[in-house]
Design a protein around this ligand. Structure first.
Ligand code: AKB
Length: 332
């Protein structure tokens, strides 16, 4: 930032004022580093700050601004927003579905109390706020095939309950205080160079690593469990597109987005087209299976497609090819 100590103190260059200044919480999870990379290309390296409570690996630390931020510490978060003149906040801190069931009290703190801090700070400072929601915000009484944007939402996980809470609170703050709240319900996200942590859809990432490393994969969901899924590049692009969408194109503040739906068996068959020697066995994790059985099988994202032009690039064959190329090249 070019600021001088003389009379031109308040002058900032045009491009600087033009770009949002972004803070990403939970930045060391599955999505933060990839999103930071995409946003830094658009807005400049110094305009996108990654944050987390963990120490970043050195390649992350050296690739752009990184800061310690604990979303449960209101003053710490507010100080970061004020000192860095943040205008967009992407709130990725959360415990996922399976790990949340193993630690309900922590999930409640991070996913609900943490969100309250973020909402208040965003409303107080006029930020545009993105909070991801999920297919996990639906439950056994929701229509599952397909699941529309507006329907019964009675999830049975603390993760799902916290995400319905986030959707409703964000929309409430939008109507009550004018907060520019935006949310997408993500399907299971599949990425090569970052790991999901403790989700129900994690098997769809693990299969690629195990297929390349050992040629064997033990799946913790039944072979016919159908869930909506998306490649990370589509997910991050959807996020940026929704954040940049003109307000008048948004008829809602929380949208389903989707790319494909498949079962473990269908995914394994697609991988076996490239690696025919892959052996897949099934050892069911009852917690994850019960969660998956309550989630959407197909996701209706027609509102996102109609309102702001959402369109995915990756279907199952392209996803498998891309993952195998990526992980294969990495392991050589
Ligand atoms: C999970 O499995 O918990 C997440 C999700 C679908 O929200 N990947």
């Amino acid at each position: 930032r070019q600021v001088t100590s003389d009379a031109s103190f308040h002058s900032v260059s045009f491009s600087e004022t033009d770009h949002p200044k972004v803070l990403i919480t939970g930045g060391l999870g599955q999505l933060g580093v990839g999103l930071a990379k995409m946003l830094r290309k658009r807005f400049g390296n110094n305009n996108v700050i990654l944050s987390d409570i963990r120490k970043p690996p050195s390649h992350v630390f050296h690739s752009g601004p990184f800061i310690y931020s604990d979303i449960l510490d209101y003053k710490n978060l507010r100080e970061i927003v004020v000192n860095n003149r943040i205008t967009w906040l992407v709130h990725y801190s959360a415990l996922l579905s399976a790990v949340g069931e193993a630690n309900v009290a922590l999930a409640r703190d991070v996913n609900i109390t943490g969100l309250h801090n973020v909402l208040d700070i965003a409303a107080e400072h006029g930020l545009r706020l993105f909070v991801p929601s999920t297919i996990g915000a639906f439950g056994p009484t929701s229509p599952r095939n397909p699941t529309p944007d507006l329907c019964v939402q009675r999830p049975r996980t603390i993760y799902g309950v916290s995400k319905v809470h986030a959707e409703l609170m964000g929309e409430y703050y939008h109507h009550r205080y004018g907060l520019d709240f935006r949310s997408l319900r993500y399907p299971g996200i599949i990425s090569a160079d970052s790991q999901p942590g403790g989700g129900t859809t994690d098997y769809a990432v693990a299969i690629f690593h195990d297929a390349i490393k050992t040629g064997k994969f033990e799946c913790n969901l039944k072979p016919d469990t159908r869930l909506p899924m998306m490649y990370i590049d589509d997910c991050l692009r959807a996020t940026v597109e929704m954040m940049e969408a003109p307000t008048d194109t948004l008829s809602m503040r929380t949208y389903n987005i989707n790319a494909m739906s498949f079962t473990p068996e269908e995914l394994a068959q697609e991988v076996q087209k490239q690696l025919p020697e892959l052996e897949v066995t099934y050892e069911i994790d009852q917690v994850r299976q019960a969660i998956a059985d309550s989630w959407p099988m197909n996701f209706d994202d027609s509102n996102a497609r109609n309102d702001w032009g959402w369109k995915h690039d990756y279907d199952l064959p392209e996803l498998v090819q891309t993952m195998l190329n990526y992980i294969g090249a990495d392991s050589r």
